[in-house]
Design a protein around this ligand. Sequence first.
Ligand code: BES
Ligand code: MN
Ligand code: MN
Length: 457
Amino acid sequence: MQLITQYIEQHKQRLLDELFDLLRFQSVSADPKYKQDILKTADFVAEKLRDAGAQNVEVCQTAGNPIVYGEKMIDASKPTVLVYGHYDVQPPDPLELWKTPPFEPTIRNGKIYARGACDDKGQFYMHVKAFELMVQTGTLPCNIKFMIEGEEEVGSSNLGIFVNQNKSRLKADVVLISDTSMISMEHPSLETGLRGLSYVEVEVTGPNRDLHSGVYGGAVANPATILAKMIASMHDENNHITIPGFYNNVIDLTTEERKALNNAPYDEDEYKKDLGVDELWGEKGYTTFERTGTRPTLEVNGIWGGYTGEGAKTVLPSAARAKISMRLVPNQGFEEVTKLFTDHFEKIAPRSVKVKITPHHGGEPAVTPTDSIAYRAAQKAIKESFGKEPIPTRGGGSIPIVALFEAELGIKTVLMGFGLDSDALHSPNEKYDIFNYYKGIETIPLFHKYFAELNRD
Ligand code: BES
Ligand code: MN
Ligand code: MN
């Protein structure tokens, strides 16, 4: 442990400077105009892996954004850890709400502000630097493989193909990912599950052109009103989702599991205060942890139509649109839920409009074991660096590759994230605490150490 903290102390500034270089790349995967930045970021990650001591480093081309691979195989008889992360980031919009520009990392109050600071550049880069540390101090205890992709924020569709075509190259005993949150630094935790996702876009069309709302309003259905009604009808008075069959395969947690989950520290007043809301909302009969971690949900991610510019324009829009996503829990399947949604949305549409549904990406839910050697290694590592036993939690977000790794390669994952829900992932002013960054670099070598040790026992 002392060796680790000493190394971090000695290289403190450089470890931070390199992360800043990484954060300056505008690697937004959702918008093709950033393609050149994406390619440059992949090259940068490859170079940094090589510098840290990785071999067989390759920027692997796919039909989409490249995947960066690298490895260091020290001994075939030792276990292998596959580190996964993503170098792509969410769009920085709305730009005007950033206090400092999203791609000019800035420190305020000990926190790094930049798009991707936490999700996931700040987090996967800890692994690159922890690896460098282990190589430089001669303490790498197991084989290590890196797979850092560039399409996580848009559904990882090409990664599935890559994983399928590279099964032997990716062979490992465990997948290690830092792309999730902890409860807080005082209450370190390990996520033991992720929700799945089904993302669709809907279009409701009425008249063949925008109309004068005085001349035609009241006689022709307004697609915006109809869409709003259709969306509103998808939750009942208890905030249950009304799509028939939606809950069919949902596995209810046992009383013990619910109890354990709700044991984690939670301050409702703090939670509300942080978000600026006076009251919480959600499915009746469930706590906040249950609502976000173990229950499926449906959210409107965007809704538009008609005139949204400056001033007023009296128009009855020809069409209205929305982006809608559903978070899924075990044992729901994303293809199946997408079909249930599509059928339902078509069925509830009145004859006064036409609807079109376009599925986007999706991913299956996943739970990670808590009785494995790898999970115990993560527990021991966190206990040692934080001085506290980590609390198991269920995360509300999605990382589609986790279920895919298990299905394609039969490998389970450990989610050892160091972010905080308050880090504003996907929001303006995303941040990552410098403390968390160094803490991660400190904890990761301990994971490898205990993983190798426990495998020997
Ligand atoms: N790192 C997040 C997922 C996450 C965040 C998990 C916080 C647990 C806690 C990831 O980058 C992400 O944002 N995933 C997307 C899914 C993807 C298919 C667009 C998500 O959850 O919306
Ligand atoms: Mn992420
Ligand atoms: Mn994300």
